[in-house]
Design a protein around this ligand. Structure first.
Ligand SMILES: *Cc1c(COP(=O)(O)O)cnc(C)c1O
Length: 384
């Protein structure tokens, strides 16, 4: 059996052809493929606007800037996420306030969130993370956010295609812009849609859309309605301190082609998850079962076991390469230096002690999955 990673991209021959076509064209960057990808992505996700950027971290940075994060402001996020979800606040000079996760869903705990909001002032927004692909209940979160006048930046990197049905029977797709002010996605190869590096911001808010467009390209505009002077056809103005966070056209072409099989990939992920769920039903393994009305996008398939390190090593010795998602962000030395410490978030920390992400990706074969399942069960039986 060849090595089995925890996640990997699915690149088809058609995907490759789409990239080559752009390489032979006039535009490698700033060409027509960008807006084509943005329109197609917005349609897939269900949002009004989409802005392609160079990676998910750039998407977070531009979002935090557009939302006005600055020194003196506090923003809440989960400690069980990739560090970038928190770092974007620091890029803008703001302070990160972590909030513990719910032990069952590993999503931000809304009760604890409320108690933080009651105690602390100067909180401007919240960055919920659809961790592993499990959508955060943004209907409930929006109510809390409105009460405290907060914006919501949804980190949807794990959940393109995921959704939930709210109490009024409305389908809420991850990143669709109906409840969060902004949402962000990543196209890193382990995520659902791969462009090498790449990211996307979605929103229904025109003001934020326009602001982010400007910030993506150095804060420079050529829009004659906005120019304060005009010297001729070459003339442009820099209105804000922006960045070069653009995606290239050949990456966008890959993204467009990837989108055509994104729904199939999602179905395959959900099928693999179902098979793991069934296989581990009677084993001493804790799994995360989404609540009714929640469509989990399964970027990750996570089990929680008592002997995680041994299982990790045992699987690796069998050429299966699981991963741990995530080391709690508040325990990173950088955040410890800012005052966070072990013991701050018991649910997040206990989850971290036991969690292990098993391989899940569209091209994982039934045979490979069976081998993974049997290896995990054999370990549990024998407790190596
Ligand atoms: C991958 C990821 C990011 C960052 O995306 P990059 O494209 O790698 O910069 C941010 N948040 C979460 C939850 C992620 O999984």
């Amino acid at each position: 059996m060849k090595p089995i990673p925890y996640g990997r991209q699915h690149i088809t021959e058609k995907d490759i052809e789409a990239v080559i076509e752009v390489l032979r064209s006039d535009f490698l960057t700033q060409g027509p493929k960008i807006s084509e990808f943005e329109e197609m992505f917005a349609k897939y996700i269900g949002s009004k606007y989409a802005i392609a950027v160079s990676n998910g971290t750039a998407a977070l940075h531009l979002s935090a800037l557009a939302l006005g994060v600055k020194a003196g402001q506090k923003v809440i996020t989960s400690p069980i996420t990739f560090a970038a979800s928190a770092n974007c606040v620091r890029y803008c000079g703001g302070d990160v306030i972590f909030c513990d996760v719910d032990a069952e869903t590993v999503l931000i705990d809304l009760q604890q969130l409320k108690s933080i909001l009651e105690k602390k002032s100067k909180i401007s927004g919240i960055i919920p993370v659809n961790f592993a692909g499990y959508p955060v209940d943004l209907s409930k979160l929006r109510k809390i956010a409105d009460e405290y006048n907060l914006w919501i930046l949804e980190d949807a990197c794990h959940s393109p295609g995921g959704y939930f049905i709210d109490d009024n029977n409305v389908k809420r797709r991850c990143g669709d812009g109906t409840l969060a002010d902004l949402a962000i996605f990543s196209f890193h190869p382990v995520k659902h849609i791969a462009t090498g590096e790449g990211g996307m911001i979605t929103t229904n808010r025109k003001d934020l859309y326009e602001k982010i467009l400007l910030l993506r390209t150095h804060g420079i505009t050529r829009n004659s309605d906005l120019l304060t002077e005009n010297h001729g056809g070459w003339y442009y103005e820099m209105h804000d301190l922006g960045f070069n966070y653009r995606l290239t056209d050949f990456q966008a072409a890959l993204g467009i082609s990837q989108l055509t099989h994104a729904e199939d990939g999602l179905k395959r992920r959900r099928k693999i998850a179902q098979r793991y769920d069934d296989a581990f039903l009677n084993a001493p393994i804790k799994i995360i079962r989404p609540k009714e009305n929640f469509c989990h996008a399964y970027h990750l398939y996570i089990i929680q076991v008592k002997n995680r390190l041994q299982l990790y090593n045992y699987l690796r010795s069998n050429n299966i390469f699981p991963q741990v998602h995530y080391i709690p962000v508040h325990l990173m030395p950088y955040y410890k230096n800012l005052g966070w410490k072990k013991g701050d978030f018991p649910n997040a920390e206990e989850y971290y002690e036991n969690c292990l992400s098993l391989p899940i990706y569209p091209t994982l074969t039934d045979e490979e999955q069976e081998f993974i399942i049997q290896t995990v069960l054999k370990f549990q039986d024998n407790d190596y």
